[in-house]
Write a protein that binds this ligand. Structure first.
Ligand code: ADP
Ligand code: MG
Length: 609
């Protein structure tokens, strides 16, 4: 066996094998270079899915004439010069390999005009990755750089075979461009395939424009069902958009997480996000998000993956808990806010389009003047559905309940509570309430379940769930092994609000059950918790799953449909709902209530048109 030193072109081709697997990966590397050159406008031309041509033109700083050969040489970079730099990388690139690798497997031409140099033109250079001969030629160019990559894999036919159809390859390119466009709002992008413009994104310089870009890339429906967040704590910042839990997908394919402007996949971050959604999202559904984490570059190692798609956090636990708490706070805020945010009525699934008239975005743009005007109309002309005016309800409510402490009558209709006052219980399922902005419909069971769940959680977190002794202790016959399990888990049952004893081989005695669930069948609740214990095998594991157990208890204990509620009961529920965290949805991620504004009602009946 003879050991040989490999020629540079082959070394570059081997390196290309790591990062260049298809046209889209070239586009990614070239765009990263444009970002690092501080460009503000990028134009991308693609022919035949990028297999015949990729041309990317930027208006960044450019490359000096004498540096052109270096740019095409392996391990030559302007971005770092020592280990310390590597540990504080702020640029997208740092390996100095991309252009050399690409030039070894495709026909690469680099043309650039540096900064505001006096030269009236730019310079152009080609290379085949052998790094021996660079022919620099004058070439017309405005300030910035153009990289042209033709005939991909022309000299490596084996790799060419792995390419898919033009359409598929272009699809990958489009995805890469969109993902990268999401990471640099202030950059303009235009993308052409076969000379046809497929994407044109203007620079987004404020929140409204950023949301327009998000809508263009991730769909209008996403932004209409997204919560914007913006947190910063001691050097860590997280901002971006996450979907409300009612707007979810069956695939985790609309999840974008950027760390210092770089799209990455990170297990601990994904876990934190999943955990934040865990008690509001249906099992097997996935949230949508575009999130941007910024932190000190020395806190993150970007040199963890050849294609730079993974990073290593110095303190990944701190990142996990930061992301988790930001998301928990954002999701807990989905309550009855005065912005009157409606939840999508028709769809649980982001795959279905949301009718524009139900979008929260539309609601939030109603000016205050318009709001009070429509509220005024509402009291003047009660809705045909309303069987009681808010005033009547208000009077009934307070005169019957608290005759001694009648609060002042609302002077303007906007004094109504956010969820208004109940006017009817429809089909024993839905509460219809009149609000200052229009009307809401509340799913009684879902609302009750959510309220109960949040209270159970609070009590559980505070040590134990309040118990209510039973007038007659209840005997529950179970299998001996269940009785034993229950006996070993008395403590856990107590935390959940049950006072339970084992009185024989196969009999349990229930003396008290959770006060919040005093109307529910105690025996059934105990059996449910036992069933959960059996699946989780021991009470230690189930302690970690207590949220699930509490959710099940809440669901079981919540008001069943078809029991007609009195106005007082309904109003009490509405008030509870207003102060409950995450009241926008029940524990299964279904909405608890929906709103229709008077504007929307007017539209139905073509009023004022
Ligand atoms: P890296 O990005 O890791 O430095 P590359 O092979 O991608 O390595 O690029 C080599 C060098 O070429 C860069 O360090 C940079 O100086 C220069 N360069 C590449 N593309 C551009 C561009 N679009 N604008 C300005 N300079 C560029
Ligand atoms: Mg690069």
């Amino acid at each position: 066996m003879t050991i040989r030193v490999l020629p540079p072109q082959l070394i570059n081709q081997i390196a290309a094998g790591e990062v260049i697997d298809r046209p889209a990966s070239i586009v990614k590397e070239l765009l990263e270079n444009c970002f690092d050159a501080n460009a503000t406008q990028l134009t991308i031309h693609i022919e035949q899915g990028g297999m015949r041509l990729i041309r990317i033109c930027d208006n960044g700083v450019g490359i000096e004439k004498d540096d052109l050969p270096l740019a095409l040489s392996r391990h030559a970079t302007s971005k770092i010069c020592n280990l310390d730099d590597l540990e504080h990388v702020t640029s997208m690139g740092f390996r100095g390999e991309a252009l050399a690798s690409i030039s070894s497997v495709a026909k690469l031409t680099l043309t650039s005009r540096y900064g505001d140099s006096d030269e009236s033109h730019g310079w152009s250079v080609c290379s085949d990755g052998a790094e021996t001969f660079f022919d620099i030629q004058p070439a017309p160019h405005k300030k910035g750089t153009t990289v042209e990559v033709g005939d991909l894999f022309y000299n490596t036919p084996a790799r060419r075979k792995f390419l898919k159809s033009e359409k598929t390859e272009f699809g990958h390119i489009e995805t890469v461009v969109k993902r990268m466009a999401l990471s640099r709002f202030t950059l303009g992008f235009s993308l052409f395939h076969a000379q046809k413009e497929v994407l044109n994104l203007k620079p987004a310089l404020n929140l409204v424009q950023e949301e327009q870009r998000i809508a263009a890339i991730l769909s209008e429906a996403f932004i209409n069902n997204a919560l914007h967040l913006d947190f910063e704590v001691s050097g860590l910042a997280l901002r971006g958009w996450v979907s409300v839990p009612t707007f979810s997908r069956s695939q985790a394919d609309m999840q974008f997480f950027y760390v210092n402007g770089r799209l990455v996949k990170d297990k601990s971050v994904s876990h934190a996000i999943k955990q934040a959604y865990s008690d509001v999202l249906y099992h097997g559904r996935h949230a949508l998000f575009a999130l941007y984490l910024t932190l000190d570059p020395s806190e993150v190692d970007v040199n963890a993956h050849p294609a730079k798609s993974e990073v290593r956090f110095r303190d990944s636990r701190a990142i996990h808990s930061f992301v988790l708490s930001c998301l928990q706070r954002t999701l807990a805020n989905i309550r009855t806010t005065p912005t009157f945010a409606t939840l999508p009525v028709s769809s649980l699934h982001a795959e279905n389009a949301i009718p524009a008239s139900f979008s929260p975005l539309q609601e939030t743009v109603i000016s205050t003047a318009e709001k009070s005007e429509s509220a005024f109309q509402l009291t003047q002309k009660p809705l045909p559905l309303a069987i009681n005016t808010p005033k009547q309800v208000y009077e009934t409510l307070y005169s019957s309940n608290q005759p001694t402490t009648i609060p002042a009558q609302p002077t303007t209709p906007t004094d109504l509570p956010i969820l208004g006052y109940a006017v009817a219980h429809l089909h024993g399922i839905y509460i219809l309430a009149e609000t200052s902005l229009g009307m809401v419909l509340v799913d009684t069971h879902a609302a009750h379940e959510r309220i109960t769940f949040e209270r159970l959680k609070q009590q559980y977190a505070a040590g134990s769930v309040a118990m209510q002794p039973l007038l007659l202790p209840m005997k529950i016959t179970v299998m001996p092994f269940e009785a034993e399990l229950a006996e070993n888990s008395i403590e856990f049952f107590a935390q959940l609000g049950f006072e339970l004893d084992r009185i024989s081989l196969d009999t349990l005695l229930l003396r008290a059950q959770p006060a919040l669930l005093n109307k529910a069948d105690g025996e059934q609740l105990v059996r449910d918790v036992l069933a959960d214990l059996i699946t989780h095998q021991d009470s230690y594991r189930i302690q970690r799953e207590y949220n699930d157990v509490l959710a099940k208890m809440a669901c079981y204990g919540a008001v069943r449909a078809h029991r007609v509620l009195t106005l007082d009961e309904m109003n009490a529920l509405l008030r509870d709902l207003e102060i409950t965290e995450r009241s926008g949805q029940c524990n299964h991620g279904r909405p608890t209530w929906v709103a229709l504004s008077t504007q929307e009602l007017d539209k139905f009946f073509m009023r004022g048109q």
